[in-house]
Design a protein around this ligand. Structure first.
Ligand code: GTP
Ligand code: MG
Length: 162
């Protein structure tokens, strides 16, 4: 089975660990946290769309941003999680720039829509994203279909969305 590497990025507390946990059925191979803050990274493998996906979640704390590059090495696609309760922050701008430097498909997921919801087109305008970057709203806690975002990303990676 072909393997793909996908990395979830996002600001502190955006819900990255929750997202990968729920997507994988709550069974992370590695959960790198101390007192609920990710201090290393999370890792799990899932099978989807005929691929074995090596799924990583980065630490959100700015102090650990030196690890982004290590995690991004060899990635085939990325997910940027935005905390809808906070809105778009400077770290999101930085992460977009960082991810775009890798020239891989990525999707934006505005999380915690159960508390507040950001308009996808307002996100697109604020982050100055082209029309082909998919932007979704979700709640990692409540949505049982997080796999659909991964499907969308897999299709972008494999060119099926084209
Ligand atoms: N209401 C709500 N809470 C959420 C959602 N997703 C995550 N949370 C909560 O937000 C908090 C942070 O979640 P984490 O998954 O640890 O966030 P993270 O992005 O991995 O945090 P760091 O890795 O430390 O940056 C936890 O209390 C989660 O339960 C959501 O969709 N809705
Ligand atoms: Mg985390």
């Amino acid at each position: 089975m072909d393997a793909l590497k996908v990395v979830v990025f996002g600001a502190l507390n955006a819900g990255k660990t929750t997202f990968v946990e729920r997507l994988s059925g709550n069974e992370l191979f590695l959960k790198g946290e101390y007192e609920d803050i990710t201090t290393s990274f999370d890792f799990v493998q899932i099978q989807q769309g005929g691929f074995l996906i090596h799924l990583f979640a980065s630490p959100g704390h700015r102090r650990f941003s030196f690890m982004w590059e290590t995690l991004a090495t060899g990635m085939d696609g990325a997910i940027l999680l935005i905390d809808s309760t906070v809105g778009i922050t400077p770290v999101d701008f930085e992460l977009i720039k960082f991810i775009e430097g890798y020239d891989v498909p990525y999707v934006i997921v505005a999380n915690k829509e159960d508390i507040s919801r950001l308009d996808p087109e307002a996100i697109r305008a604020e982050l100055n994203l082209s029309g082909d970057v998919p932007i979704f709203n979700t709640s990692a806690l409540n949505n049982d279909d997080l796999a659909s975002f991964m499907d969308n990303l897999i299709n972008d990676i494999t060119g099926k969305n084209k």
